[in-house]
Design a protein around this ligand. Structure first.
Ligand code: ADP
Ligand code: ZN
Length: 214
């Protein structure tokens, strides 16, 4: 099963992907996580990506596409995967379609998590991430057991650099301009499924499981 998560930044793609991972035992490939890992490790890729990310802009397509296509060749992807944060532009989607077509396959489901901008802005204000392991929380919706501390590893919870309110607004603008056109792209391919992002964690998960089937 090959799945793409669509939706604005902060709509919860990563959180819902976690539910799919547990139920269907396929890995998530998150380009945002890959970049953040590279920034942490100080790699060449990380250095190139950081400026764009901190500004709320997209990393150029040529830095993203090969990276993802290579990652999909790995063994753990052979039964399927969830793409979280990729594709984010029409050229990225076309590169993915072409790479999969070459292997005689394609994406099965594109899940679009729908939310209004204002709901996202409100939600992002509460988002926290573990500085050590990258686990995400929400001050109100998904609180850690102890305030400011990661349940999984005991690391400190922080606000991501690009979750500052001004950067969030910028990212939403970039989303509407460059990423939202993917909704029509996948509708045309006949694999688009729209999910109301306001149903709460459980409600959205259930809706997703309904779409993906048992
Ligand atoms: P969110 O979904 O909350 O926006 P991500 O972790 O997916 O956060 O992405 C964070 C940042 O990483 C983006 O704002 C962008 O700069 C960069 N990024 C991630 N994926 C891509 C991609 N496919 N193409 C270009 N830039 C990307
Ligand atoms: Zn942690």
């Amino acid at each position: 099963m090959k799945i793409i998560m669509l939706g604005a930044p902060g709509a919860g793609k990563g959180t819902y992907a976690k539910g799919i991972v547990e139920k269907y035992k396929i890995p998530t490939i998150s380009t945002g996580d890959i970049f953040r890992q590279n920034i942490k490790e100080g790699t060449e890729l990380g250095k190139k990506a950081k400026g764009y990310m901190d500004a709320g802009e997209l990393v150029p397509d040529e830095l993203v596409c090969d990276l993802v296509v290579d990652r999909l060749e790995k063994d753990d992807c052979k039964n399927g995967y969830i793409l979280d944060g990729f594709p984010r532009t029409i050229p990225q989607a076309e590169a993915l379609t072409a790479a999969l077509k070459e292997k005689g396959t394609g994406i099965d489901f594109a899940l679009d998590i729908e939310m209004e901008d204002q709901a996202i802005i409100d939600r992002m204000a509460g988002r926290r991430v573990c500085a050590k392991c990258g686990e995400t929380y929400h001050a109100v919706n998904i609180p850690p057991k102890a305030e400011g501390i990661c349940d999984k590893c005991g690391g400190n919870l922080e606000i991501r650099d690009d979750d500052q309110p001004e950067t969030v607004k910028k990212r939403l603008g970039v989303y509407h301009e460059q990423t939202a056109p993917l909704i029509e792209y996948y509708r045309t391919q006949g694999i688009l499924h729209e999910v109301d992002g306001n149903l709460g964690l459980k409600g959205v998960n259930n809706k997703i499981y309904e779409i993906l089937g048992e």
